[in-house]
Design a binder for this molecule. Structure first.
Ligand SMILES: Cc1ncc(COP(=O)(O)O)c(C=O)c1O
Length: 433
Protein backbone atom coordinates (compact mmCIF):
# COMPACT_ATOMS: atom_id res chain seq x y z
CA UNK A 1 0.00 0.00 0.00
CA UNK A 2 1.46 3.41 -0.95
CA UNK A 3 1.95 5.79 1.91
CA UNK A 4 2.47 9.06 0.04
CA UNK A 5 -0.70 10.95 -0.96
CA UNK A 6 0.75 11.60 -4.44
CA UNK A 7 0.55 7.81 -4.96
CA UNK A 8 -2.93 7.43 -3.47
CA UNK A 9 -2.01 7.25 0.22
CA UNK A 10 -3.82 9.20 2.96
CA UNK A 11 -2.74 12.88 3.11
CA UNK A 12 -1.12 13.65 6.44
CA UNK A 13 -1.85 17.39 6.47
CA UNK A 14 -5.43 17.23 5.24
CA UNK A 15 -6.61 19.11 8.34
CA UNK A 16 -4.26 22.02 7.68
CA UNK A 17 -6.80 23.96 5.63
CA UNK A 18 -9.05 24.10 8.71
CA UNK A 19 -6.35 26.11 10.47
CA UNK A 20 -5.67 28.54 7.62
CA UNK A 21 -8.06 31.43 7.08
CA UNK A 22 -8.91 32.44 3.54
CA UNK A 23 -6.98 35.56 2.60
CA UNK A 24 -7.70 38.46 2.85
CA UNK A 25 -9.18 38.33 6.33
CA UNK A 26 -11.64 40.94 7.60
CA UNK A 27 -14.06 41.52 10.46
CA UNK A 28 -17.09 43.65 11.33
CA UNK A 29 -14.88 46.67 12.16
CA UNK A 30 -13.48 46.62 8.61
CA UNK A 31 -16.95 46.35 7.08
CA UNK A 32 -18.23 49.21 9.25
CA UNK A 33 -15.24 51.39 8.38
CA UNK A 34 -15.89 50.99 4.67
CA UNK A 35 -19.66 51.44 4.97
CA UNK A 36 -19.24 54.60 7.09
CA UNK A 37 -16.93 56.08 4.50
CA UNK A 38 -19.33 55.28 1.70
CA UNK A 39 -22.15 56.91 3.64
CA UNK A 40 -20.02 60.00 4.35
CA UNK A 41 -19.84 60.74 0.62
CA UNK A 42 -16.16 61.62 1.14
CA UNK A 43 -14.58 59.15 -1.28
CA UNK A 44 -11.64 61.25 -2.40
CA UNK A 45 -8.94 62.61 -0.11
CA UNK A 46 -9.12 66.23 -1.26
CA UNK A 47 -10.23 67.75 2.05
CA UNK A 48 -8.44 68.26 5.38
CA UNK A 49 -8.46 65.45 7.94
CA UNK A 50 -9.08 62.79 5.28
CA UNK A 51 -8.86 59.07 5.99
CA UNK A 52 -5.83 58.96 3.69
CA UNK A 53 -4.12 61.57 5.87
CA UNK A 54 -5.01 59.65 9.04
CA UNK A 55 -3.72 56.44 7.52
CA UNK A 56 -0.47 58.08 6.40
CA UNK A 57 0.17 59.27 9.95
CA UNK A 58 -0.76 55.96 11.55
CA UNK A 59 1.26 53.79 9.16
CA UNK A 60 4.30 56.10 9.29
CA UNK A 61 4.15 56.03 13.12
CA UNK A 62 3.92 52.22 13.12
CA UNK A 63 6.87 52.00 10.74
CA UNK A 64 9.10 54.46 12.64
CA UNK A 65 8.92 57.05 9.86
CA UNK A 66 8.23 60.77 10.00
CA UNK A 67 6.15 60.97 6.82
CA UNK A 68 3.89 58.76 4.74
CA UNK A 69 2.41 59.51 1.31
CA UNK A 70 -0.41 57.10 0.45
CA UNK A 71 -0.66 56.07 -3.19
CA UNK A 72 -2.65 53.85 -5.55
CA UNK A 73 -0.36 50.79 -5.45
CA UNK A 74 3.14 49.55 -4.63
CA UNK A 75 4.41 49.99 -8.18
CA UNK A 76 3.65 53.69 -8.29
CA UNK A 77 4.98 54.02 -4.73
CA UNK A 78 8.39 53.09 -6.19
CA UNK A 79 7.89 55.37 -9.20
CA UNK A 80 7.01 58.23 -6.88
CA UNK A 81 10.08 57.60 -4.72
CA UNK A 82 12.31 57.50 -7.81
CA UNK A 83 10.83 60.71 -9.22
CA UNK A 84 11.15 62.40 -5.86
CA UNK A 85 14.86 61.68 -5.54
CA UNK A 86 15.26 62.97 -9.11
CA UNK A 87 15.90 59.82 -11.18
CA UNK A 88 15.69 60.95 -14.75
CA UNK A 89 16.45 59.92 -18.33
CA UNK A 90 19.40 57.56 -18.58
CA UNK A 91 20.11 57.37 -14.83
CA UNK A 92 21.03 53.90 -13.63
CA UNK A 93 19.36 52.33 -10.61
CA UNK A 94 20.73 49.11 -9.14
CA UNK A 95 18.02 46.55 -8.35
CA UNK A 96 18.12 42.91 -7.19
CA UNK A 97 17.99 40.27 -9.93
CA UNK A 98 15.41 38.30 -7.98
CA UNK A 99 12.18 40.19 -7.22
CA UNK A 100 8.77 41.07 -8.60
CA UNK A 101 9.10 42.96 -11.87
CA UNK A 102 7.78 46.25 -10.45
CA UNK A 103 11.10 46.83 -8.67
CA UNK A 104 12.74 47.13 -12.10
CA UNK A 105 9.85 48.43 -14.21
CA UNK A 106 9.36 51.37 -11.84
CA UNK A 107 12.86 52.46 -12.85
CA UNK A 108 12.21 52.28 -16.59
CA UNK A 109 8.82 53.94 -16.15
CA UNK A 110 10.55 57.10 -14.89
CA UNK A 111 13.14 56.97 -17.69
CA UNK A 112 15.91 55.22 -15.76
CA UNK A 113 17.77 52.00 -16.49
CA UNK A 114 17.50 49.07 -14.06
CA UNK A 115 20.88 47.43 -13.52
CA UNK A 116 20.71 44.00 -11.92
CA UNK A 117 22.88 43.07 -8.96
CA UNK A 118 23.10 39.50 -7.73
CA UNK A 119 21.28 38.24 -4.64
CA UNK A 120 22.33 36.25 -1.61
CA UNK A 121 21.28 32.66 -2.44
CA UNK A 122 20.34 32.07 1.21
CA UNK A 123 17.84 34.95 1.47
CA UNK A 124 17.00 36.27 -2.01
CA UNK A 125 18.13 39.74 -0.89
CA UNK A 126 20.41 42.01 -2.91
CA UNK A 127 24.09 41.24 -2.38
CA UNK A 128 25.84 44.45 -1.24
CA UNK A 129 29.22 43.38 -2.65
CA UNK A 130 27.71 42.96 -6.12
CA UNK A 131 25.97 46.33 -5.75
CA UNK A 132 29.42 47.89 -5.43
CA UNK A 133 30.55 46.09 -8.61
CA UNK A 134 27.64 47.59 -10.55
CA UNK A 135 28.14 51.25 -9.62
CA UNK A 136 29.07 53.55 -12.54
CA UNK A 137 29.19 57.33 -12.96
CA UNK A 138 25.54 57.10 -14.08
CA UNK A 139 24.27 55.33 -10.96
CA UNK A 140 21.80 57.39 -9.00
CA UNK A 141 20.20 54.98 -6.57
CA UNK A 142 19.96 51.46 -5.16
CA UNK A 143 16.65 49.70 -4.57
CA UNK A 144 16.78 46.99 -1.92
CA UNK A 145 13.86 44.57 -1.67
CA UNK A 146 13.24 42.99 1.72
CA UNK A 147 12.47 39.67 0.10
CA UNK A 148 9.56 37.84 1.70
CA UNK A 149 9.82 40.31 4.60
CA UNK A 150 13.44 39.44 5.47
CA UNK A 151 15.29 42.79 5.68
CA UNK A 152 18.16 43.30 3.25
CA UNK A 153 21.55 44.14 4.78
CA UNK A 154 20.76 47.76 5.54
CA UNK A 155 24.09 48.33 7.32
CA UNK A 156 26.14 47.55 4.24
CA UNK A 157 23.74 49.14 1.79
CA UNK A 158 23.64 52.39 3.79
CA UNK A 159 27.43 52.42 3.95
CA UNK A 160 27.75 51.87 0.18
CA UNK A 161 25.09 54.45 -0.67
CA UNK A 162 26.78 57.06 1.54
CA UNK A 163 30.25 56.27 0.21
CA UNK A 164 29.16 56.73 -3.42
CA UNK A 165 26.64 59.54 -2.89
CA UNK A 166 23.66 57.38 -3.93
CA UNK A 167 20.08 57.27 -2.72
CA UNK A 168 18.89 54.10 -1.01
CA UNK A 169 15.28 53.13 -1.64
CA UNK A 170 13.66 50.27 0.23
CA UNK A 171 11.13 48.21 -1.69
CA UNK A 172 9.25 47.08 1.39
CA UNK A 173 6.27 45.64 -0.53
CA UNK A 174 6.82 42.36 1.39
CA UNK A 175 7.91 43.79 4.72
CA UNK A 176 5.02 45.20 6.74
CA UNK A 177 6.15 45.00 10.37
CA UNK A 178 9.73 43.86 9.65
CA UNK A 179 12.53 45.35 11.74
CA UNK A 180 16.24 45.89 11.33
CA UNK A 181 18.10 46.35 14.63
CA UNK A 182 14.86 47.17 16.45
CA UNK A 183 13.73 49.75 13.90
CA UNK A 184 10.95 49.14 11.39
CA UNK A 185 12.07 49.07 7.77
CA UNK A 186 10.85 51.47 5.05
CA UNK A 187 12.48 54.74 6.08
CA UNK A 188 15.94 53.53 7.07
CA UNK A 189 17.03 54.33 3.52
CA UNK A 190 16.12 57.71 2.01
CA UNK A 191 12.65 56.51 1.00
CA UNK A 192 10.68 53.27 1.00
CA UNK A 193 7.64 51.91 -0.79
CA UNK A 194 4.98 49.44 0.42
CA UNK A 195 2.21 47.62 -1.41
CA UNK A 196 -1.32 47.00 -0.09
CA UNK A 197 -2.33 44.73 -2.97
CA UNK A 198 -4.68 41.89 -2.02
CA UNK A 199 -2.06 39.24 -1.23
CA UNK A 200 -0.07 41.53 1.10
CA UNK A 201 -0.08 41.48 4.92
CA UNK A 202 -1.98 44.78 5.02
CA UNK A 203 -4.38 45.23 2.15
CA UNK A 204 -7.24 47.19 0.65
CA UNK A 205 -7.21 45.19 -2.58
CA UNK A 206 -4.83 47.76 -4.05
CA UNK A 207 -2.86 50.59 -2.48
CA UNK A 208 0.61 51.66 -1.48
CA UNK A 209 2.58 54.14 0.58
CA UNK A 210 5.92 55.92 0.42
CA UNK A 211 7.75 56.54 3.70
CA UNK A 212 10.59 58.92 4.46
CA UNK A 213 12.18 60.80 7.35
CA UNK A 214 13.41 63.58 5.10
CA UNK A 215 11.38 66.83 5.26
CA UNK A 216 12.32 67.98 1.76
CA UNK A 217 11.73 64.62 0.08
CA UNK A 218 8.34 64.34 1.83
CA UNK A 219 7.30 67.77 0.64
CA UNK A 220 8.35 66.98 -2.92
CA UNK A 221 6.66 63.57 -2.91
CA UNK A 222 3.39 65.14 -1.74
CA UNK A 223 3.58 67.67 -4.55
CA UNK A 224 4.30 65.04 -7.21
CA UNK A 225 1.64 62.63 -5.92
CA UNK A 226 -1.18 65.17 -6.15
CA UNK A 227 -0.69 66.44 -9.69
CA UNK A 228 1.45 69.37 -8.58
CA UNK A 229 -0.78 70.63 -5.78
CA UNK A 230 0.70 71.89 -2.52
CA UNK A 231 -0.99 70.30 0.55
CA UNK A 232 -3.48 72.70 2.12
CA UNK A 233 -3.95 74.49 -1.20
CA UNK A 234 -6.62 72.44 -2.92
CA UNK A 235 -8.19 73.56 -6.13
CA UNK A 236 -6.46 74.41 -9.33
CA UNK A 237 -3.03 75.76 -8.51
CA UNK A 238 -0.42 73.33 -9.84
CA UNK A 239 3.25 74.02 -9.20
CA UNK A 240 4.76 71.26 -11.34
CA UNK A 241 3.68 68.99 -14.17
CA UNK A 242 2.93 65.67 -12.57
CA UNK A 243 0.46 62.83 -12.22
CA UNK A 244 -2.23 61.63 -9.82
CA UNK A 245 -1.04 58.87 -7.48
CA UNK A 246 -3.73 59.30 -4.80
CA UNK A 247 -5.34 56.55 -2.72
CA UNK A 248 -9.15 56.58 -2.39
CA UNK A 249 -10.84 57.28 0.94
CA UNK A 250 -12.64 53.92 0.85
CA UNK A 251 -9.31 52.10 0.63
CA UNK A 252 -7.77 54.36 3.28
CA UNK A 253 -10.65 53.59 5.67
CA UNK A 254 -10.17 49.85 5.18
CA UNK A 255 -6.40 50.16 5.65
CA UNK A 256 -6.82 52.21 8.84
CA UNK A 257 -9.12 49.57 10.24
CA UNK A 258 -6.88 46.64 9.21
CA UNK A 259 -3.82 48.43 10.58
CA UNK A 260 -5.28 48.01 14.10
CA UNK A 261 -4.86 44.24 13.67
CA UNK A 262 -1.50 44.22 11.92
CA UNK A 263 0.88 44.46 14.94
CA UNK A 264 -0.69 41.41 16.56
CA UNK A 265 -0.61 39.44 13.30
CA UNK A 266 3.05 40.37 12.82
CA UNK A 267 3.85 39.05 16.32
CA UNK A 268 2.09 35.76 15.62
CA UNK A 269 3.83 35.33 12.26
CA UNK A 270 7.22 36.24 13.68
CA UNK A 271 6.93 33.74 16.49
CA UNK A 272 5.39 30.99 14.32
CA UNK A 273 8.04 31.56 11.65
CA UNK A 274 10.71 30.98 14.27
CA UNK A 275 8.96 27.83 15.46
CA UNK A 276 8.65 26.45 11.94
CA UNK A 277 12.31 27.25 11.18
CA UNK A 278 13.42 25.36 14.31
CA UNK A 279 11.42 22.32 13.22
CA UNK A 280 12.74 22.45 9.65
CA UNK A 281 16.34 22.67 10.84
CA UNK A 282 15.71 19.50 12.81
CA UNK A 283 14.25 17.45 9.95
CA UNK A 284 16.29 18.63 6.93
CA UNK A 285 15.27 18.40 3.21
CA UNK A 286 14.20 22.06 3.20
CA UNK A 287 16.15 24.71 5.00
CA UNK A 288 14.79 27.96 6.40
CA UNK A 289 16.49 31.26 5.53
CA UNK A 290 19.45 32.02 7.74
CA UNK A 291 19.04 33.71 11.11
CA UNK A 292 20.57 37.17 11.48
CA UNK A 293 20.51 38.81 14.89
CA UNK A 294 20.18 42.23 13.22
CA UNK A 295 16.78 41.10 11.91
CA UNK A 296 14.79 41.73 15.08
CA UNK A 297 11.34 41.19 13.58
CA UNK A 298 10.17 39.38 10.50
CA UNK A 299 6.88 40.66 9.12
CA UNK A 300 6.65 37.99 6.35
CA UNK A 301 5.03 38.08 2.96
CA UNK A 302 6.54 34.75 2.06
CA UNK A 303 7.90 32.13 4.41
CA UNK A 304 10.88 31.15 2.23
CA UNK A 305 12.43 27.68 2.32
CA UNK A 306 15.41 26.37 0.38
CA UNK A 307 15.03 22.92 -1.13
CA UNK A 308 17.97 20.57 -1.07
CA UNK A 309 17.64 18.15 -4.00
CA UNK A 310 20.67 16.07 -2.95
CA UNK A 311 19.22 15.45 0.49
CA UNK A 312 16.13 13.96 -1.16
CA UNK A 313 18.14 11.64 -3.44
CA UNK A 314 17.85 13.87 -6.53
CA UNK A 315 14.07 14.27 -6.47
CA UNK A 316 13.39 17.43 -8.54
CA UNK A 317 11.89 20.39 -6.68
CA UNK A 318 8.72 20.28 -8.79
CA UNK A 319 8.01 16.68 -7.85
CA UNK A 320 8.66 17.47 -4.20
CA UNK A 321 6.16 20.36 -4.47
CA UNK A 322 3.56 18.05 -6.02
CA UNK A 323 4.10 15.48 -3.28
CA UNK A 324 3.85 18.10 -0.54
CA UNK A 325 0.73 19.65 -2.04
CA UNK A 326 -0.84 16.20 -2.27
CA UNK A 327 -0.24 15.85 1.49
CA UNK A 328 -2.24 19.07 1.98
CA UNK A 329 0.49 21.74 2.28
CA UNK A 330 -0.16 24.84 0.11
CA UNK A 331 3.47 25.24 -0.94
CA UNK A 332 4.61 26.93 -4.13
CA UNK A 333 7.32 29.11 -5.63
CA UNK A 334 7.46 32.89 -5.73
CA UNK A 335 8.55 34.50 -9.03
CA UNK A 336 10.26 31.60 -10.81
CA UNK A 337 13.50 32.50 -12.65
CA UNK A 338 15.62 35.61 -12.08
CA UNK A 339 13.97 38.71 -13.47
CA UNK A 340 16.34 39.19 -16.43
CA UNK A 341 14.90 35.98 -17.94
CA UNK A 342 11.46 37.58 -18.36
CA UNK A 343 10.36 38.29 -21.95
CA UNK A 344 10.15 41.97 -20.94
CA UNK A 345 13.98 42.11 -21.00
CA UNK A 346 14.46 40.58 -24.45
CA UNK A 347 16.14 42.84 -26.95
CA UNK A 348 13.07 43.07 -29.19
CA UNK A 349 10.87 44.03 -26.24
CA UNK A 350 13.03 46.80 -24.81
CA UNK A 351 13.19 48.71 -28.08
CA UNK A 352 11.81 52.21 -27.42
CA UNK A 353 11.60 51.61 -23.65
CA UNK A 354 14.78 53.52 -22.83
CA UNK A 355 15.79 57.06 -23.75
CA UNK A 356 18.34 57.47 -26.57
CA UNK A 357 21.17 58.46 -24.19
CA UNK A 358 20.78 55.33 -22.05
CA UNK A 359 23.40 52.61 -21.72
CA UNK A 360 21.35 49.44 -21.85
CA UNK A 361 22.68 46.29 -20.18
CA UNK A 362 22.77 43.04 -22.14
CA UNK A 363 19.90 41.66 -20.07
CA UNK A 364 19.35 38.66 -22.34
CA UNK A 365 22.76 37.20 -21.65
CA UNK A 366 22.96 37.85 -17.94
CA UNK A 367 23.69 34.99 -15.59
CA UNK A 368 23.94 35.87 -11.91
CA UNK A 369 24.94 32.90 -9.83
CA UNK A 370 23.23 33.77 -6.55
CA UNK A 371 19.94 34.59 -8.26
CA UNK A 372 20.06 31.40 -10.36
CA UNK A 373 20.71 29.29 -7.27
CA UNK A 374 18.01 31.00 -5.22
CA UNK A 375 15.53 30.51 -8.09
CA UNK A 376 16.41 26.84 -8.28
CA UNK A 377 15.97 26.18 -4.58
CA UNK A 378 13.29 28.55 -3.24
CA UNK A 379 9.92 27.32 -2.05
CA UNK A 380 7.37 29.52 -0.34
CA UNK A 381 4.38 29.42 1.94
CA UNK A 382 2.14 32.50 1.91
CA UNK A 383 2.40 34.62 5.04
CA UNK A 384 -1.10 33.85 6.28
CA UNK A 385 -0.18 30.17 6.71
CA UNK A 386 1.92 31.44 9.65
CA UNK A 387 -1.27 32.68 11.33
CA UNK A 388 -2.25 29.02 11.88
CA UNK A 389 -1.88 27.58 15.39
CA UNK A 390 1.16 25.41 16.15
CA UNK A 391 -0.79 22.18 15.56
CA UNK A 392 -1.29 23.40 11.99
CA UNK A 393 2.42 24.11 11.54
CA UNK A 394 3.19 20.65 12.96
CA UNK A 395 1.20 19.16 10.07
CA UNK A 396 3.52 20.92 7.57
CA UNK A 397 6.51 19.43 9.35
CA UNK A 398 4.85 16.00 9.48
CA UNK A 399 4.21 16.14 5.71
CA UNK A 400 7.85 16.94 4.93
CA UNK A 401 9.03 14.21 7.30
CA UNK A 402 6.66 11.74 5.68
CA UNK A 403 8.05 12.50 2.20
CA UNK A 404 11.62 12.25 3.50
CA UNK A 405 10.91 8.88 5.10
CA UNK A 406 9.16 7.49 2.02
CA UNK A 407 11.43 8.91 -0.65
CA UNK A 408 11.69 5.42 -2.22
CA UNK A 409 8.13 5.81 -3.42
CA UNK A 410 9.05 9.08 -5.17
CA UNK A 411 12.12 7.48 -6.73
CA UNK A 412 9.89 4.78 -8.16
CA UNK A 413 7.48 7.24 -9.79
CA UNK A 414 10.24 9.58 -10.96
CA UNK A 415 10.83 8.09 -14.47
CA UNK A 416 7.10 8.10 -15.31
CA UNK A 417 6.71 11.59 -13.82
CA UNK A 418 9.52 12.87 -16.04
CA UNK A 419 7.97 11.25 -19.11
CA UNK A 420 4.54 12.74 -18.49
CA UNK A 421 5.72 16.16 -17.44
CA UNK A 422 4.98 19.10 -19.75
CA UNK A 423 6.67 22.49 -19.63
CA UNK A 424 5.54 24.79 -16.84
CA UNK A 425 5.50 28.60 -17.17
CA UNK A 426 8.84 28.55 -15.37
CA UNK A 427 10.39 26.17 -17.93
CA UNK A 428 9.34 28.49 -20.74
CA UNK A 429 11.19 31.39 -19.09
CA UNK A 430 14.37 29.33 -18.94
CA UNK A 431 14.37 28.79 -22.68
CA UNK A 432 16.61 31.24 -24.50
CA UNK A 433 17.06 31.03 -28.24
C1 LIG B 1 8.74 43.34 -4.30
C2 LIG B 1 7.54 44.06 -4.85
N1 LIG B 1 7.67 45.33 -5.24
C3 LIG B 1 6.64 46.03 -5.73
C4 LIG B 1 5.39 45.47 -5.85
C5 LIG B 1 4.31 46.24 -6.49
O1 LIG B 1 3.16 46.38 -5.73
P1 LIG B 1 1.72 46.50 -6.39
O2 LIG B 1 1.30 45.16 -6.82
O3 LIG B 1 0.90 47.05 -5.25
O4 LIG B 1 1.81 47.48 -7.50
C6 LIG B 1 5.20 44.15 -5.44
C7 LIG B 1 3.86 43.53 -5.56
O5 LIG B 1 3.66 42.36 -5.45
C8 LIG B 1 6.31 43.42 -4.93
O6 LIG B 1 6.18 42.15 -4.56
Amino acid sequence: MPKLAINGGVPVAVELNKFISQWPIFDEDDINAVVETIKSRRWCRLYPGSKAEQFEEAFARYHDAKYGIAVANGTVALELALKTIGVTYGDEVIVPAYTFIATASAVSEVGGVPVFADVDPETGNIDPSDVENKITERTKAIIAVHFGGYPADLDELTRIAKKHGLFLIEDAAHAHGSEWRGRKVGAIGNMGGFSFQESKSLTAGEGGIVLTNDDKLAERAKLIHNIGRVPGQPGYIHYILSSNYRLSEIQAALLLSRLNKLPREVEIKHSNGKYLSDQLRRIGVVKPTRDDERVTKRGYYYYVMLYNEEELHGIPKDLFIEALRAEGVPVGVSYGPPLYRQPAFRRENIKNVFPPNARIPDYENLYLKGAEEFAKRELVLSHYVLLAPREGLDLIVAAIEKIRDNVDELLQVLPKWKEKRTDTWIDTLYKRD
